[in-house]
Write a protein that binds this ligand. Structure first.
Ligand SMILES: [Zn+2]
Length: 163
């Protein structure tokens, strides 16, 4: 694969979008900000530092342009925050499901009909439902590229069907 020529971040050019990695970002007229053609995120540019920052997201993500690609810049408290988010995600996924499973264990059904009891099945449903919620929140919070791209595709599909 031929390597792309190095170029600096400037407002006259278009660059791949660091958020969704699907669209191209172009400068918004008369501003020092970029907008993505695919996910519509707005990124404020700092041309001296060669950095862009998402301004329309709860998480102020920052990327640095290396000349060919984007590199995520992590803040000082990023590690601490990631650990907290990971811990919360594990607790939210594990605790409800294990409570359901435990209650099935303490109060077993009177007649054992099959090896997979209703309470075990319910515990599995609880586990996957909570895992789904946690993955959705993590994707929304961190604006993960595959999550953002999938969300834009779903929204576009819905809009296309309506019109
Ligand atoms: Zn984008």
């Amino acid at each position: 694969m031929a390597s792309l020529p190095e170029r600096s971040l400037n407002l006259d050019d278009s660059f791949p979008c660091p958020v969704c990695r699907q669209g191209q970002i172009e400068a918004i007229v008369l501003t020092e900000a970029f907008s993505c053609s695919f996910c519509r995120h707005i990124l404020a540019a700092n041309l001296d530092a060669q950095q862009v920052k998402v301004v329309d997201s709860s998480q102020p993500l920052l990327w640095e342009w290396t000349g060919q690609k984007w590199q995520l810049v992590r803040g000082e408290d990023a590690g601490e925050l990631s650990l907290l988010v990971l811990l919360t995600a594990v607790v939210l996924t594990i605790i409800p499901a294990s409570l359901v499973w435990l209650s099935g264990l303490i109060f077993p059904p009177l007649e054992q009909t099959s090896s997979l009891t209703f309470s075990t099945l319910w515990a599995l449903v609880t586990l996957f439902a909570h895992l789904g919620f946690v993955l959705w929140l993590v994707g929304e919070y961190y604006q993960l590229p595959f999550y953002v791209a999938a969300k834009v595709r779903v929204l576009r599909f819905q809009t296309a069907r309506r019109s």
